[in-house]
Write a protein that binds this ligand. Structure first.
Ligand code: MG
Length: 373
């Protein structure tokens, strides 16, 4: 299938910030949104440098650019780290990065942080990316409702960012596109001001992409405009080639549905603690203690021991006669030096997908909040 792409973008300082730390690019087969963070000029420099690095893909043929996307985002990560090391004023800067390359009828998506990519198909909006924030993690763990998350004062605290560490963990996906689809990439200055429903209503309205970008930014400003707002809109049109068989089209549609289903599943709130207990009962019944230990061996969380924050392997719970967790790394961050809400989270145990993930939570979310008493 040969698809035709049209795009538009707009970035706006919003109504409360002095500078714009967002950067974006839209051209040819490449689309990028980055939202910088860090003091002084750090955020601005980080997002601009990351976009500049990834933008080199615009000069490549689309299939090659898609194949190189993840490695170029890793190069951007290194570029931000190097710049931060060479300039003390920029220390600690970082940026989100949501980047798409469309090659043929496939959108290659690479994502870190809490900017988002949405697919609008048949008038229905689907979030294709997962927010890498502490609050999103708490929603997935069932410790916050999506409604509570929207109001949470720490909703922008990232668990992953470009420029935060040498080894960056990227989300990667391939989305099969169909004529009539629309992709929206945006920073959290849009999504913190508007619901998905409000975004969808504006984003599917008409064919003038510049006018839609303006309408989205204007609506976010009308709702408060508390942050910088960036939107990139991509319109996908085209017709199936004559020699293309209906079977091929059907397979492609299945791939889209799978991708959308997968994205929807990832975005849904899962009561992790309830699942933990349900699975615990099941494990005791079916596999007994052996199965439970095997499960504990592949689980990780951030908790506390001796008054200090620590990384644990295992499950954040106590069962008589069964050892379900052990400390694998103790820090010198005192629980008492952390804000109350964070102490509560740590006492319950912040679950992580891996040892590296647990360490990232400490480095990105806990360490910066510690105020030595
Ligand atoms: Mg922002």
């Amino acid at each position: 299938m040969s698809l035709t792409l049209r795009s538009a973008s707009r970035t706006d300082v919003g109504r409360h910030r002095e500078g714009n730390e967002d950067s974006c690019f839209a051209g040819g087969h490449l689309f990028i949104v980055a939202d910088g963070l860090g003091g002084h000029k750090g955020g601005e420099v980080a997002s601009a440098l990351a976009v500049e690095t990834v933008r080199s893909l615009a000069d490549l043929e689309a299939a090659r650019a898609a194949a190189d996307l993840a490695s170029v985002v890793r190069a951007a990560n290194q570029a931000v780290l190097d710049r931060a090391r060479s300039d003390a004023d920029l220390s600690g800067m970082g940026t989100t990065m949501t980047a798409v390359v469309i090659a043929g009828s496939t959108a290659r998506l690479v994502h870190v942080g809490d900017s988002r990519c949405y697919l609008i198909r048949d008038g229905v909006i689907q979030q294709l990316t997962q927010d890498h924030t502490m609050v999103a993690r708490m929603v997935r763990d069932g410790r916050l409702t999506p409604q509570e998350a929207e109001q949470h004062p720490q909703r922008s605290m990232l668990t992953r960012a470009v420029g935060s560490e040498p080894q960056i963990d990227l989300d990667e996906a391939d989305i099969a596109l169909a004529p009539g689809d629309r992709l929206l990439l945006c920073s959290d200055g849009l999504t913190n001001m508007l619901t998905d429903g409000e975004i969808a209503a504006l984003a599917r309205d008409g064919d003038d992409l510049d006018a839609i970008c303006d309408a989205l930014v204007d609506a976010a400003n009308a709702h408060g405009g508390v942050d910088n707002i960036t939107v990139v809109l991509v319109d996908i049109s085209g017709t199936p080639d004559d020699d293309e068989t209906p079977v091929a089209t059907a397979l492609q549609d299945d791939a889209v549905d799978d991708a959308v289903d997968d994205a929807a599943t990832r975005g849904r709130a899962v009561p992790r603690r309830a699942i933990v207990w349900l699975a615990l009962v099941l494990a005791l019944t079916v596999g007994g203690a052996v199965g439970l230990r095997a499960w504990a061996d592949t689980s990780w969380y951030v908790g506390h021991t001796g008054g200090d924050v620590a990384v644990f392997q295992g499950l954040p719970m106590d069962i008589p006669l069964l050892r379900l967790h052990r400390v694998v790394q103790q820090t010198e961050i005192a629980l008492d030096d952390l804000p109350e809400y964070l102490q509560r989270e740590i006492r319950e145990g912040i679950t992580a997908d891996s040892l590296d993930d647990a360490r990232r939570v400490i480095q990105l979310q806990i360490l910066p909040k510690a105020i030595p008493s």
